[in-house]
Design a protein around this ligand. Structure first.
Ligand code: G6P
Length: 372
């Protein structure tokens, strides 16, 4: 009913709007403004966590994209090697797992059969399993050694939005916590990022306030057949998620690429007026990445692409190559997906509406897939 949707036309719109609260709720009680982190729920003892020599993330769909982003954070803050694998592929390749492996299973529903079977396989090999889950008491957390719940609240729309943002938050918390427990050389940076996280819900809110031009742009592209998405570093999984959202909701051909791979193939797809969304990393910090993506944008634009650029506030260097510029607040590099994903959700939702699709219940999809 309309009341359940809180006055929004679709659950998805409501859930997109709830993201600042979902993010804040997932951080609540786990971090403080002084930069310290409390994760009592991670009931895997500190001495076990100190012995871990490898992290493996398993998940499906949107949760898999959260896992891809987690890899950057985990490897940077913990110096542990981290693999990310689609749950449906994981156990069939005879993965190398033992008591020193930490497996992180990410699942909104906690009932996805592919993820459940992968985690059972990991536990049989002696690995420690930590679930990141949005559904209290569901099967995946019950079968794990520990669980870090995301507090997105119930997510009804099939396409995942607020659960994804809270999965990212949980992944950052786990990465920072592992870094803290294991005592890496990033202690100061970890404290600073924890402080940055405490203002991130406000940043998500600011993005939501500036979405009207994105909706307008989406409507203008309703007759297109294809949209490409490019990113580098953590912007690459964001590009994959942007493409997935468009497939799920708008039933359009959409693909995400690592921008550095353009020249190895995908650039052949560029033709006149093809919309290409580019997620641009911050010009601060890893500025090499920024320069490289700016040249990628120039390359595709020279071949006729219509560039839709998501860039940090104050990033002027990229503005002249953007046919459409979408601004996001300044964040630490690793946290940018929390703000950069939001315009892509709004974009896909509006395109779906413009194409007359059922936003909350896309054809052929289920919210929770309980078969392998
Ligand atoms: C289904 C949903 C996706 C979701 C995936 C994983 O395919 O349609 O939106 O990302 O399952 O779901 P989970 O509940 O495990 O996060």
């Amino acid at each position: 009913s309309a009341a359940e949707k809180g006055g929004y036309d679709y659950f998805m719109l409501k859930e997109i709007a709830e993201q600042p609260k979902a993010v804040a709720d997932t951080l609540l009680g786990r971090i403080d403004g002084a930069g310290s982190l409390t994760l009592d729920e991670v009931r895997i003892p500190a001495n076990v966590l100190r012995e871990i020599d490898k992290v493996v993330v398993i998940a499906c769909g949107t949760a898999f994209h959260a896992g891809l982003i987690a890899k950057y954070a985990i490897e940077h803050w913990t110096r542990l090697p981290c693999e990310v694998e689609l749950a449906s592929e994981f156990r069939y390749r005879d993965p190398i797992l033992d008591q020193q492996t930490l497996v992180i299973a990410i699942s909104q529903s906690g009932e996805t059969m592919d993820t459940l079977m992968a985690l059972r396989h990991a536990r049989e090999q002696g690995a420690h399993v930590l679930a990141i889950c949005n559904t209290n008491g569901s099967t995946i957390p019950r079968e794990s050694d520990a669980v870090l719940y995301t507090h997105a609240g119930p997510e009804v729309a099939v396409a995942s939005t607020k659960a994804f943002l809270t999965q990212l938050v949980a992944c950052y918390l786990v990465a920072l916590y592992l870094g803290q427990v294991r005592g890496t050389k990033w202690a100061d940076e970890i404290r600073a990022v924890v402080r940055d996280l405490s203002s991130i819900a406000g940043a998500v809110d600011r993005v939501l306030e500036t979405m009207e031009p994105v909706r307008e742009l989406a409507r203008s592209l309703a007759g297109k057949n294809t949209v490409l998405f490019l990113g580098r570093h953590v912007g690459y999984p964001v590009a994959l998620e942007g493409a997935l959202k468009l497939k799920e909701l708008a039933y359009m051909h959409a693909e995400g690429f690592a921008a550095g791979e353009l020249k190895h193939g995908p650039i052949a797809l560029i033709e006149d007026d093809l919309p290409v969304v580019v997620v641009v990393p911050s010009p601060r910090g890893r500025s090499v990445l920024h320069d490289k993506i700016v040249s990628n944008i120039q390359e595709i634009r020279a071949r006729g692409a219509r560039t839709i650029v998501i860039a940090e506030e104050g990033d002027e260097a990229v503005a002249e190559y953007a046919d459409h510029l979408i601004r996001v607040p300044v964040t630490p590099t690793l946290l940018q997906p929390l703000v950069a994903t939001v315009p892509l959700q709004v974009f896909a939702c509006e395109l779906a509406t413009a194409r007359g699709n059922e936003v909350d219940q896309p054809r052929n999809l289920a919210k929770s897939v309980t078969v392998e």
